[in-house]
Design a protein around this ligand. Structure first.
Ligand SMILES: [Fe+2]
Length: 247
């Protein structure tokens, strides 16, 4: 897709490549612009000493590959010390001070402001997410990597109005979008599994997002399951069509 001009850049899930030499990454990418996405830093749970190796490796990669953003996730990997198979949302009412301090030190370790992705909320506590992020970004200098379909999932699951993101959207320039699917068991919720085509409500909202942001810089079309060229290409072309309608 890069060769055919359908994709303009690559967002690399960088923690999958920390063992690769940066020069080899650069050779493989052959000059394609890149962004970094971090999935498993667990920066809210690990100590600074534990994070030091990953941070130094990512900084080395960044010096070679010059990503135009580094992004990470605000979520949990453990509950009361136990590993869980599902990555739960933060408890926004109780964790602000800890998250603020951790975001500040993770950005210092990485040597750059970091973009954090919004969570596809399932429970009503997700209603607190936009206000929590607005305060966090104001106080830490971090920013939002706005995942359009995660906002749609939160809207479907806990009725968080899409308009709740408007203030954050005005300052956002980097976006994600992907497919969601219903959970396999009742009560059925929408999960960001990134294995199916973009849904109609996602594409409709994407049009609204584009109409509010004259400064959109990038959008990554995510595929984690059923990673096949043709359906992925179809999603990218659908996103391009929405962009062109609003450009
Ligand atoms: Fe995403």
């Amino acid at each position: 897709m890069l060769r055919d001009g359908q994709a303009d850049f690559v967002e690399i899930l960088i923690d999958n490549f920390l063992h690769v030499e940066p020069e080899d990454m650069a050779t493989a990418l052959d000059g394609a612009p890149v962004a970094f996405h971090i999935m498993h830093s667990r920066f809210l749970e690990r100590t600074e000493a534990q994070l030091a190796f990953m941070a130094s490796r990512i900084r080395t990669m960044a010096r070679e590959l010059r990503p135009f953003y580094i992004s990470d996730h605000l979520l949990r990997f453990t509950v009361d010390g136990r590993e869980v198979p599902f990555l739960p949302e933060l408890d926004y009412g109780r964790t602000y001070d800890l998250v603020c301090q951790r975001v500040t030190s993770w950005q210092e370790q990485l040597g750059t402001p970091v973009l954090f992705e919004n969570y596809p909320s399932i429970f009503d506590s997700g209603l607190e997410q936009p206000a929590f992020l607005e305060r966090l970004f104001r106080e830490t200098g971090a920013g939002l990597l706005f995942d359009v379909s995660n906002a749609v999932c939160a809207h479907r699951n806990c009725q968080l109005p899409l308009a709740a993101w408007d203030t954050l959207l005005e300052r956002s320039t980097h976006f994600h979008v992907g497919g969601y699917e219903p959970s396999s068991e009742a009560p059925f919720v929408s999960l960001d599994l990134h294995g199916s085509p973009l849904a109609d409500d996602t594409l409709d909202y994407l049009g609204r997002v584009f109409s509010r942001t004259s400064t959109a810089a990038t959008i990554s079309v995510e595929r984690d399951n059923h990673v096949e060229l043709e359906p992925w290409r179809a999603d990218i072309l659908a996103v391009r069509a929405r962009w062109e309608q609003h450009a």
